[in-house]
Design a protein around this ligand. Structure first.
Ligand code: ASP
Length: 303
């Protein structure tokens, strides 16, 4: 399996890159995915340009994508085999290595805000299932009616996964963001409904440190998407950030991480990354992965 796309962008004193999920989005729907990614990157830019933190910027970007029903996170998240929502999200601050994650969370509108509350509280790193719901409630988040988050497209994807007798290898549309701010700090955030037709209780790579999400200001930050069972087993973002710490260029590090996923597990996916100098990179082995980037000197987007 080959890398179908790899890129490195210049970046600068600040920069952000977001993704809207590795997958195979039909060409006629790609403009809508790109539009969503661009809006998320601009939301992050507005924070970075006024010397806000990378952590706030990645949270803002992911929130925009969670609220966009096109993506598999928050509104529009895909469903378990029981037609329920079990949401995974995580956020990491590369300067302190503080991490907040929730997994198999119930119907809350913005899982990334709850992950941020976990990070801020700094008591534990990861909450699951009923405990994640209880943490959210205790911190002022109210669950919403599941119907307000479940889209027709998510129901259709579940129906085809159930008809095929197995979960879709991954749903596409997971969202993530990585950024570097003017102080030199980096951060990463990822949010997803996981796979259509996953078994209840299944947790993917997104909320696990070093699998779907990782940040260390001494190296850089990364957010992965794709077949979570493979990303977990190769600790994809930990490997990528380790390469950045050793001085590998960000585009090459992203490519190597996706090659590792393919070589060791035969699975596909994509990743976005930023290095400690603010250079942005991405790689994917899937046909599509919409993305958008903003930095002090420019912007770019693709799919
Ligand atoms: N990696 C996600 C998961 O396995 C799915 C995706 O990126 O589309 O939960």
């Amino acid at each position: 399996m080959s890398i179908t796309f790899e890129s490195e962008l210049l970046g600068g004193s600040f920069g952000v890159i977001v993704h809207g999920g590795a997958g195979d989005v039909p060409d006629d729907r790609l403009p809508r995915h790109l539009e969503g990614c661009r809006a998320a990157a601009v939301a992050a830019r507005e924070i970075l340009v006024t010397s806000g933190t990378a952590l706030d910027a990645v949270q803002a970007a992911v929130r925009v994508l969670e609220d966009d029903p096109v993506f598999n996170a928050g509104t529009g998240a895909c469903l378990t085999s029981d037609a329920t929502l079990e949401l995974d999200a995580a956020i990491m601050d590369g300067s302190s290595l503080a991490f907040g994650g929730i997994c198999a969370l119930g119907p809350f509108k913005n899982p990334i805000a709850i992950a941020r509350a976990v990070l801020n509280e700094a008591e534990h790193v990861l909450y699951a299932g009923a405990g994640a719901d209880a943490f959210a409630r205790a911190h002022g988040f109210e669950p919403v009616a599941p119907e307000s988050l479940i889209t027709e497209a998510a129901r259709k994807k579940l129906a085809s996964a159930l008809a095929a007798g197995r979960p879709a290898s991954f749903a596409g549309g997971t969202v993530g963001a990585v950024a570097r701010d003017r102080s030199g700090a980096v951060a990463a955030a990822t949010s997803t409904g996981g796979m259509s037709g996953k078994r209840p209780g299944r947790v993917g790579d997104s909320p696990i440190p070093g699998a779907g999400t990782y940040a260390d200001s001494r190296g850089g930050a990364a957010s992965a998407t794709g077949h979570g069972e493979g990303i977990l087993r190769v600790t994809l973002t930990a490997e990528l950030v380790h390469a950045l710490r050793s001085g590998v260029a960000v585009g090459s590090a992203a490519r190597a991480a996706i090659e590792l996923l393919s070589d060791r597990t035969g699975m596909t996916g994509g990743v976005i990354a930023v290095d400690a100098r603010g250079r942005l990179g991405l790689a994917r082995s899937t046909r599509t992965m919409s993305w958008a980037a903003e930095w002090d000197g420019g912007s770019d987007a693709g799919s």
